[in-house]
Ligand binder design. Sequence first.
Ligand SMILES: Cc1ncc(C[n+]2csc(CCOP(=O)(O)OP(=O)(O)O)c2C)c(N)n1
Ligand SMILES: [Mg+2]
Length: 594
Amino acid sequence: MTGAEYVAEFLAQRKIENVFLLTGGACVFMVDAIGQHPTLDYKCFQHEQGAAMAADAVWRSCGKVGVTMATSGPGATNLITGIACNWFDSIPVMHITGQVNLRDSEVFKGSKVRQTGFQETQIVELIKPITKYAVQIRNGDELKRELTKAYNIAITGRMGPVLIDVPMNVQQEEVGDEIFYEPPQDEAPSTEILSALKIATTDLFEGAERPLVLFGAGVGLSGAEERIAAWLERIGVPFVSSWSGCSYFDHRLLGYCGSIGVYGNRGANNILQNCDALLVLGSRLDTRQRPGDPKLFAPAAKIHVVDVDVEELNKYTPQGYGVTELSMDKAVPVIETLEAPDISEAWQDYVGIQKEKYFDKDTSQFAKDHDTISPYEAIRQVNRLVNEDATVLVDCGATTCWFFLSFLRKKHTIFSNGGCAPISYALSASIGAAFSQPGERIFCFIGDGGFQNNIQELQTISQYNLPITVIILNNYGYGIVKQFQDIYMDERNEGALPESGYGLPKFASIAEGYSQSYHRIDDLKDLTREILYADGAHIIDVTLHRDTPIEPKLEIGHLIHDQTPYLSDEEFNDANRFVDFDRKNLTVRSSISD
Ligand SMILES: Cc1ncc(C[n+]2csc(CCOP(=O)(O)OP(=O)(O)O)c2C)c(N)n1
Ligand SMILES: [Mg+2]
């Protein structure tokens, strides 16, 4: 077997079905080997970025490792944004790049030339900061060792992308027929760490009257979501989630109060800010969740965080949070034994009121006032019309905020790219989701700007006849940027609107060019299940007023739960019964637990 054939066989034995690629001279032997393999297949993308984003969706939709292949130089560098998507959201993906023949690159060994071989690029050095492991292979033996090592690194611990760079001569080298793979050893956690977790969390709950749990993506990434959801249901402690976390449980669970953060639900933020004990499960509390001064995040609460990545935990040292370094699947047997704390009646009433008042109530007052389509209602309508286990992706910008404020997950697969958040991710990721779930229709919410950023992948959708419904929430601009500029730049919308350099083609003509059907929606009564589920690939263009804002939204210099449109002082104080916040001076005067 040649090195190229070895790569194909190794992937096939890992039950990988598709490699997402764009070919080129330096990977062509490997592409050929995949093409000749009896069970492995490849799918062609129009841009490597699309392939890498699609590979991100494979794990999220079917739990298998996504694989890309690209040629050296520009092929490899085009993968970078997609690799960043995998990295920040902890998604295991294996990227395989072709590299020039080692003979070429070694000719000038010792001199620091930029390049010797044509299209030679040191992708391994470039990519190291955003991969868990990246290595250039020097011979057949290394290929065998490194493939298994890289694959295992991708799927263990805090997961993430890996990259293997395979020079042309290694692709052609005779490497023998035996495939080498040793599954990773699953180490049991020490009894010390488990008992420390038990003591810390019992202590956290025992001293609490106003407990809250934050459900993060780590719960789902480690496969602990069903057990944690069952535990939450049993003990009746209220919980909130991050955007990435809310992909993993049924939003109809009684204890669920919404997603928190800068664009979070107002009630969920209020509850967070008034709790006295917060158990954070598998969430990294990034600055969209914990903006500004960390001291003002759940300021009256004792906080304990369980996370698989010690670096994430190290950042809490100044705040003195309790921490446990453990993946959630290892922590779940302990968490499950925690009994419900003595929740005060006042807290139960308060949580009930906040939920009643705000949960699933976010809407566009602006759209009401202007008699235009509310993106919140458009999303709710799709939520009602699609199957309760449908796969629904969402892109970037205001579109994401509207989505997470109004889509209620039942058994749906819902996701977005949380950490890198490039515009266009969802279009390419929909393709990965479609290949991972043959026969299932995929729904993709995307803004007009995001839709254009990787528009060439419409061709990939068409040529493979993928059942993807793209729903453009069209506000004729980079809406989220425009809202920011309106607030902080006196409505100077440089680079964000058609009159300042942003441009839109006729989407109907684009659809026609890519052989897809097109529906323009000016009235939500025309957005029907029939259209959503029409055969083939299609584009639904929902017309919004271009000024439709995100509501609620946090402005700079405010407490996380003091979002626009601002509440009166009376309403604000009523929503903060347990902690007395000085909303102007950004301090806490006192709290019930003081
Ligand atoms: C690749 C990339 N470039 C730029 C940005 C910055 N950015 C974030 S949101 C956004 C506007 C998105 O516009 P659109 O897709 O129409 O969504 P809207 O906010 O209008 O809903 C931009 C340009 C980004 N996230 N990714
Ligand atoms: Mg837009």
